[in-house]
Design a protein around this ligand. Structure first.
Ligand code: GDP
Length: 227
């Protein structure tokens, strides 16, 4: 008798990236989402150095294995390796609502995305630190309008109080699942069609994406796989 085909339980691999200026709370958001943890401000700068987390979830009846990458401070040196972007299906761009400069830096981050990820990659703009309402420098409306212009989802969040955090990750994954070209046939492989190796990027190579200067410290994080 011919073997009956087993229902597929292979999870869909999704690679998400966190980007944005230093200190906007990328590591804190990742820690909050994946470990349900918050490190007090005075401890965090010394301890946070999260660079990668795997998180399994089920959305819309589909099993999803998320690998979420943090820049681990590369952006401090104004350089991100193109390999960081490789295979990404979702990008979480973070700014700090109490820091105007981090919002004003967003066009630079978006122009980097234009170069290194395909158009279909899902983007969400996250205005973090909404618990600091008293020192807000960027209004919700401004964030929303900018996100709309950049064809991105938008949410405000706080890694400290956890508000908006799960929703941010959930929304991005839902949108990815609604875009089969990003993952269909990609289960078990790295990254599907999300992102090429970057314009001119060599497979497996580490290329410095210079935001301005050419300092290469902090590079060498070879993302490679999307699982
Ligand atoms: P990264 O450099 O973008 O990864 O930022 P970190 O996660 O290291 O956070 C930088 C600083 O901001 C740390 O002192 C965090 O405790 C603080 N921080 C991060 N998220 C929040 C937040 O939602 N609210 C407040 N009040 N502080 C935050």
């Amino acid at each position: 008798m011919a073997p009956t085909s087993k229902p597929t339980t292979t999870p869909i691999n999704c690679k998400l990236l966190l980007i944005g200026n230093s200190s906007v709370g990328k590591s804190s958001l990742l820690l909050r989402f994946s470990d349900e943890q918050w490190l007090p401000e005075d401890e965090s700068s010394a301890t946070i150095g999260v660079d990668f987390r795997v998180h399994k979830m089920e959305i819309k009846g589909k099993k999803v294995k998320l690998s979420i990458w943090d820049t681990a401070g590369q952006e401090r040196f104004r350089t991100i390796t193109s390999s960081y972007y490789r295979g990404a299906q979702g990008i979480i761009l973070v700014y700090d609502v109490s820091n105007r400069e981090s919002f004003d830096a967003l066009p630079r981050w978006y122009s980097e995305l234009e170069t290194y990820v395909s158009n279909s990659v899902v983007k969400i703009l996250v205005g973090n630190k909404v618990d600091k309402e008293f020192s807000r420098q960027v209004s919700t409306v401004e964030g929303q309008q900018f996100a709309k212009r950049m064809n991105s989802l938008f949410i405000e969040a706080s890694a400290k109080t956890a508000i908006g955090v799960n929703e941010a990750f959930q929304e991005v994954v839902e949108r990815i699942l609604d875009t089969p070209e990003l993952w269909d046939g990609a289960a078990g492989r790295s990254g599907g069609q999300g992102t090429s190796g970057g314009r001119g990027g060599m497979p497996g190579g580490v290329q410095v994406v210079g935001l301005s200067d050419s300092q290469t410290q902090g590079q060498g994080q070879e993302s490679g796989c999307a699982c």
